[in-house]
Design a binder for this molecule. Structure first.
Ligand code: ADP
Length: 477
C-alpha cells in the first residue's frame, strides 16, 4: 500500500504547530505497520543545514502556473524509515516565514500542482494521496479535475485531513483562472466558489476527497456547527457520510520523559520523583526562586485567541494571588505578547514569559511544570495536553474538541481522571477549577492523578491502525 502525504510542514524539518508533529509521526508509524508512506513538502529556507546536507538532488522539472513555467527542484531524503521529497523553488519558499504572504494562493497552487507533477519522476505511484489542511487542499481537486485524464493518475484516491478549519486558504476568483487554469464552470457553489466571490482551497480538498478525516471525534461534530465551522459547517454537515474523527497520538521517540535528550533528568511513571530535578532546573533556567513546594503553571502555545488567552488575561491577577509560578512559552498576536511580557515585569518573583518558538525549552517546561493550562476556545485535537500528560504535568483544559476526548476529568471521590476540565468559555469558571486543582497540589490525590496521566497510551499505534483501515476502504471502494 503506497500513501503519499502532501504537507506544508513536517517535524523535525519545519514546524509551526501540531500539524508538523502529526505529519512527522504518522508516516513513521504507518511504515512500521507495513505501509510505504512517503511525504512531500516544500524545501523552505528554514530547514536546518543538518537536514539539507543529507538530501540529494533528484532532478528539476517545470510546473505550470497559469501561462508560466516555474522551476521545481526535487530533493530526496530517507530519514528514520520514511522517504521524503522536498520541492525546491527559492522564490516561493526561501522566505522569513512559512505562511502569511500576499501570494500564498500562488505559492500553494504551485506546490499542489508540483505534488502531482513529480509523481512520474519519483518511481512511486501512490494508491492514496493524503492532503492536510488548506495548503494542500487543491491537490485532490486537481487530481480529480485535471490529472485524471492521464491513466497514471486514474486510480489514485485522495484523502483530506482537517487539522484546523479556521484557516481555509480563501483567495480571489482570479487565482482559479490565472494560476490553477480552471474555467468558469468550476466557479459554482458545489465546486470552488466561496462567499463574496472568492474561492476556497480547503473546500476544494473536502469536496474532492474520497474520505475526510479530522483529528478528534468531538471536533468532527463541532465543525458542523456554525460557531466552529467558519462558514464550512453546512458543507461539512452534508459530507458527514464520508467523514471520520481520528484522534492524534504523539511520537514517543520525541515526547517521552525517559528518552528526552533536552531535559535535565530522564524519568517515567515509576521514577516520577525525578521530575523534581527537572523542576529545579527549570526554575534555575528561568531565574525563578528554586522552591519545590510551589506549583509551576505552564502554557506552551501559539498566542492566538483560539487558545483561550483572553480568559487567562481576564483573571491573571487573581490566578497570581495563589502561591504559584507561571511560565509561558509562545509567540503570536501582539496583544498577548505584550500582555505576558508586561506581567513578567509586574510579577518578577512569579512570572516568566518567553516570547518565541523554542523546541528544547518546550520539552524542559513539559518536564518541569506541574499544571499545564490549555483553556482553548476550540481545539481540533491538541497535542500539548497529550505531551504534558506524558510528562506528568497535569492538564487543565476546556471541554472542547480533542481536549474533551483526551483529558478525563478528575473526580476527587472515586479517584479517577487524568486532568482538570471546565465547560464554558468563561474566565471565572476556569479560575474556579484552577483554584480547586491547586488545592490538591502536593497531596496523594495529585500523585495518583500524575500516575494515571503518565500511564495513558497516547502512542500513534491505535490511530494509525484506523487510518490503515480507511485507506484500504477507499482503495477497494
Ligand atoms: P496547534 O497546532 O493548534 O498550535 P497543538 O497543541 O496541536 O496546537 O500543537 C502545538 C505544538 O507546537 C506542540 O508540539 C507544542 O509543544 C508546540 N509549540 C507551540 N508553541 C511553541 C513554542 N512557542 N515553542 C516551542 N514549541 C511550541
Amino acid at each position: 500500500m503506497n500513501i503519499l502525504f502532501a504537507v506544508s510542514e513536517c517535524a523535525p524539518f519545519v514546524k509551526s504547530g501540531g500539524l508538523a508533529d502529526v505529519t512527522g509521526a504518522l508516516p513513521k508509524e504507518l511504515n512500521k505497520q507495513g505501509f510505504d508512506t512517503r511525504v512531500v513538502l516544500p524545501l523552505y529556507g528554514q530547514i536546518a543545514e543538518e537536514f539539507k546536507s543529507k538530501m540529494w538532488f533528484k532532478q528539476a522539472i517545470s510546473v505550470k502556473i497559469g501561462w508560466r513555467e516555474a522551476h521545481c527542484g526535487i530533493f530526496d531524503m530517507i530519514y528514520e524509515g520514511v522517504h521524503y521529497y522536498f520541492i525546491d523553488n527559492e522564490h516561493y519558499f526561501n522566505r522569513g516565514g512559512l505562511y502569511g504572504y500576499d501570494d500564498d494562493g500562488e505559492r500553494f497552487s504551485f506546490f499542489s500542482r508540483a505534488v502531482l507533477d513529480i509523481i512520474p519522476h519519483i518511481d512511486f505511484v501512490p494508491n492514496v494521496i493524503h492532503s492536510h489542511d488548506w495548503h494542500t487542499g487543491m491537490v485532490g481537486y486537481l487530481l480529480k479535475e485535471q490529472f485524471n485524464v492521464n491513466p497514471l493518475y486514474q486510480n489514485m484516491k485522495s484523502m483530506f485531513t482537517i487539522h484546523n478549519i479556521q484557516f481555509q486558504g480563501v483567495f480571489p476568483r482570479s487565482v482559479m483562472h490565472d494560476l490553477l487554469m480552471f474555467d468558469d464552470d468550476h466557479f459554482r457553489p458545489d465546486r470552488l466558489e466561496f462567499f463574496g466571490g472568492t474561492i476556497n482551497f480547503m473546500k476544494a480538498g473536502l469536496i474532492a476527497a474520497d474520505k475526510i478525516t479530522t483529528v478528534s471525534e468531538t471536533y468532527k461534530y463541532e465543525m458542523q456547527n456554525q460557531f466552529f465551522g467558519y462558514q464550512l459547517d453546512g458543507l461539512l454537515a452534508g459530507l458527514e457520510y464520508k467523514t471520520a474523527g481520528i484522534v492524534n497520538g504523539i511520537d514517543a521517540s520525541v515526547y517521552h520523559p525517559l528518552v528526552d535528550e533536552h531535559i535535565a533528568e530522564n524519568f517515567d511513571a515509576k521514577t516520577v520523583a525525578k521530575k523534581a530535578v527537572n523542576k529545579k532546573a527549570l526554575q534555575a533556567e528561568f531565574g525563578l526562586p528554586e522552591r519545590s513546594d510551589v506549583p509551576i503553571v505552564a502554557m506552551i502555545t501559539r498566542l492566538s485567541e483560539q487558545k483561550g488567552l483572553s480568559l487567562v488575561k481576564h483573571v491573571f491577577h487573581e490566578m497570581l494571588e495563589r502561591d504559584v509560578q507561571f511560565i509561558l512559552l509562545g509567540s503570536g498576536e501582539e496583544e498577548f505578547e505584550s500582555f505576558f511580557s508586561h506581567m513578567e515585569h509586574s510579577y518578577p518573583e512569579q512570572v516568566r514569559a518567553y516570547i518565541g518558538f523554542n523546541e528544547a525549552v518546550a520539552h524542559r517546561i513539559y518536564a518541569g511544570a506541574d499544571l499545564f493550562l490549555m483553556p482553548s476556545l476550540f481545539e481540533p485535537c491538541g497535542l500539548s495536553q497529550l505531551i504534558s500528560m506524558a510528562y506528568g504535568t497535569l492538564p487543565l483544559v476546556r471541554e472542547t474538541g480533542g481536549l474533551k476526548d483526551t483529558v478525563r476529568p478528575f473526580n476527587e471521590f472515586d479517584h479517577t481522571g487524568t486532568g482538570f476540565t471546565f465547560t464554558n468559555y468563561n474566565a471565572h469558571e476556569m479560575l474556579g477549577v484552577y483554584q480547586w486543582a491547586l488545592d490538591f497540589y502536593g497531596t496523594d490525590a495529585w500523585s495518583r492523578l500524575v500516575e494515571r496521566a503518565m500511564n495513558c497510551d497516547f502512542s500513534w499505534e491505535q490511530s494509525a491502525k484506523i487510518y490503515k483501515i480507511i485507506y484500504e476502504e477507499i482503495i477497494n471502494y
